[in-house]
Design a protein around this ligand. Structure first.
Ligand code: MN
Length: 499
């Protein structure tokens, strides 16, 4: 399936218009100055595709505008390759654009040197440390980096073959999971699908051939279901927008590989999903009621209310699966426009709101009534990474922590009070306990999941409520727990405290 990637327009005016449309307070004069500055600095330089280097900078700025970033990020995107590849220095950038933008560009220049491919050389480890340090200082650095990587993936065909695979692998292993952790679902899916054919060419071709008729049918189902749902909701007086999407190729492939699916596409229920987009949050529940009245709920797939309990990355939506008119299963995701934007661009959209707020263009009321999304706290896992990187002295262990704990596929579980925690797949109640607090881990005596007793080695699933039963007299964990815990955090704490 060939995708239409909206390659960025080549003109600065189109970019400025795009930015004004979501952020009227943006400093477009500054952005235009940065564009001219970067064009001058890179004068005469060409990319391997034959295009002038400034087109790369402009493409990145366009993606950042698509993701609703603030002025400083967009300027940093325009300037990101200047200190490394031209005679202009960071000092000169600070002189022209100020300290905030200098720091962003500095962070980008530092993380540029990170190479996952190759061995555990000291350089690699040091750079990975720097990357997480830069991220924990300012998340915008990694978002600009994602835009940079996204454009490089779109133009990967121009690179020599031996470089393509390394870059694609890095994208799949580090950058796509990072995008997911930042709540940037659409970016994650696109990065994966761009990397997929380079990393697994045979499997990609197999999947394309195998799924072609199904994807064709899926597009037709979307059209038909869209019409039908709009009509049914309109009859009840509910005006909504409906968007359809087919599952991205890489995520479909991963799902087909699960043992229970046995490479059989008929076992995949979310090949087609329809997004029902309402104006107000309460209308989401109204829409849900109407959908369940008209089509029968699939009992074993159930309903997930991520509006009442958002995922740790900020994601909100109600998910339900129903038997459609033809007896097949269709997935619905019901959300407001703000939640929809949040699902696509996640934390990225936070900064332009902060920028507008600082210029008194919006107040917290606009945020409270759901017109805008604004995360109320910095994402916990980034702080966690920063804490680890200072805590862990052994470099090998640091790399393993990052790879295994932070970037592996995650499950979401809840405390009895309803606080959400994300953990790697395969986590046990003991991993959960240490994630909440070291003392809780050390005093763990038993665990309940959804109200029933389970063993401490029980494998948790997304959506479960985990209650840890403690023994206050207990001061030490048991070394036997090391046989089943999966997080490096729990392993480390058990080793430290079991003595
Ligand atoms: Mn670049």
């Amino acid at each position: 399936m060939k995708k239409d990637h909206n390659l960025a327009p080549k003109k600065i005016n189109l970019l400025l218009d795009k930015i004004r449309s979501y952020n009227p307070t943006a400093d477009t004069a500054l952005i235009e100055r940065a564009f001219i500055y970067t064009k001058e600095a890179h004068r005469g330089q060409k990319r391997l595709s034959g295009e002038p280097v400034f087109t790369h900078a402009l493409a990145i700025a366009n993606f950042l505008a698509d993701w609703h970033l603030d002025t400083a990020s967009i300027v940093a995107g325009l300037l990101h390759d200047v200190p490394e590849d031209t005679t202009k220095t960071l000092v000169n950038i600070e002189k022209h654009f100020g300290k905030e933008i200098r720091d962003l560009v500095d962070g980008l220049t530092r993380i540029k040197k990170i190479k996952l491919r190759g061995s555990n050389s000291e350089d690699f480890i040091e750079n990975l440390r720097k990357m997480f340090l830069a991220m924990s200082r300012d998340l915008r650095v990694i978002i600009v980096k994602l835009a940079d990587r996204y454009h490089n993936m779109l133009t990967l065909e121009y690179l020599p073959e031996e470089k393509q695979i390394g870059i694609a692998q890095e994208t799949l292993e580090i950058f796509a999971p990072l995008a997911e952790r930042l709540g940037m679902g659409q970016v994650k899916g696109e990065l994966e699908d761009l990397a997929f054919p380079y990393c697994y060419p045979k499997e990609y071709q197999w999947l394309i051939d195998y799924t072609r008729p199904y994807y064709k049918k899926a597009e037709e189902r979307i059209k038909e279901a869209r019409r039908c749902i709009l009509k049914n909701l309109a009859e009840e007086g509910l005006r909504v927008k409906v968007k359809g999407r087919v599952k991205t190729l890489y995520s479909l492939w991963r799902k087909l590989l699960r043992p229970e699916n046995d490479r059989d596409i008929n076992k995949i229920h979310d090949l087609v999903a329809l997004m029902v987009i309402t104006e107000k949050p309460q209308e989401c529940y109204l829409a849900l009621g109407i959908i369940h009245k008209v089509w029968q709920l699939v009992p074993y797939l159930g309903v997930r209310d991520w509006i009442a309990q958002p995922k740790p990355n900020g994601y909100q939506s109600i998910h339900t699966n129903v038997f459609w008119n033809d007896g097949q299963i269709i997935e619905f995701k019901i959300r407001t426009m703000a939640m929809h934007e949040q699902a696509r661009y996640g934390v990225a959209a936070h900064w332009y709101l902060a920028e507008m707020k600082s210029k008194n263009k919006i107040d917290s009321k606009g945020i409270d009534n759901g017109r805008f999304f604004a995360p109320d706290k910095k994402m916990a896992w980034v702080n966690q990474l920063a804490a680890w990187q200072s805590e862990i002295v052994d470099s090998k262990e640091f790399i393993d922590s990052v790879k295994f704990d932070a970037l592996k596929h995650r499950i979401f579980v809840f405390s009895p009070k309803g606080d959400a925690f994300d953990l790697p797949e395969g986590s046990t109640p003991v991993d959960f306990a240490y994630r909440v607090h070291t003392d809780l881990g050390n005093q763990t005596a038993g665990a309940k999941v959804d109200g029933r007793m389970v063993g401490l080695d029980y494998s948790l699933h997304s959506g479960e409520v985990v209650e840890i039963l403690i023994d206050r007299k207990r001061k030490k964990p048991s070394v036997d727990w090391l046989d089943f815990v999966v997080t490096r955090l729990a392993q480390r704490k058990i080793r430290q405290n079991a003595r």
